[in-house]
Ligand binder design. Structure first.
Ligand SMILES: [Cu+2]
Length: 161
């Protein structure tokens, strides 16, 4: 357990080892959504995990209140990782994700992520499933997640839901 925790901490602290294979970004208002991607899944019964960074260059805090899958999954939650009694668990961020003015919020392996439930098919490398991000003040934007293999070794996380 200690080993797993240390590995997770190292993961959170470590920068990504390599640049993404295919960088792409989207702009809505003063927000830039940088390189949305998802990890491949072996089957459609395991949940998918998606990641991106959102940069807020405006002077107003923004809130991501919903992420909708476009056909490829039944539902998506925004998860944070919290520690309870030495065990790391995932928690649904029911109030959404705030991107403070002038800051960048990153969803990345070992930290916050999109969890995509009820996949119609496994996520295979090279696929580009779309999700719609819904912001409280700015409205909606559809972005494509590129399915790709992460460029670093990661510890297995406990996906017990
Ligand atoms: Cu999760």
């Amino acid at each position: 357990m200690i080993k797993a925790i240390l590995a997770t901490l190292a993961l959170v602290a470590a920068p990504l080892a390599a640049a993404p294979a295919f960088a792409h970004d989207y702009v809505i208002g003063e927000l830039k959504i940088d390189h949305p991607w998802a990890r491949p899944t072996a089957t459609n019964r395991q949940p998918g995990a998606g990641f991106f960074a959102i940069e807020n260059s405006g002077e107003t805090d923004q809130r991501l209140i919903e992420v909708r899958p476009e056909g490829f999954a039944e539902g998506i939650e925004i998860h944070a990782i919290v520690e309870e009694d030495g065990i790391f668990r995932m928690r649904n961020m029911a109030d959404g994700l705030v991107i403070p003015a002038g800051e960048t919020v990153a969803l990345e392996p070992g930290g916050m992520h999109l969890m995509m439930f009820g996949l119609a098919e496994p996520l295979v490398e090279g696929a580009t499933p779309s999700v719609t991000l819904v912001f409280e003040d700015l409205g909606e934007i559809e972005v494509a997640l590129t399915v790709e293999v992460p460029q670093m070794v990661e510890p297995e996380m406990d996906h017990d839901h």
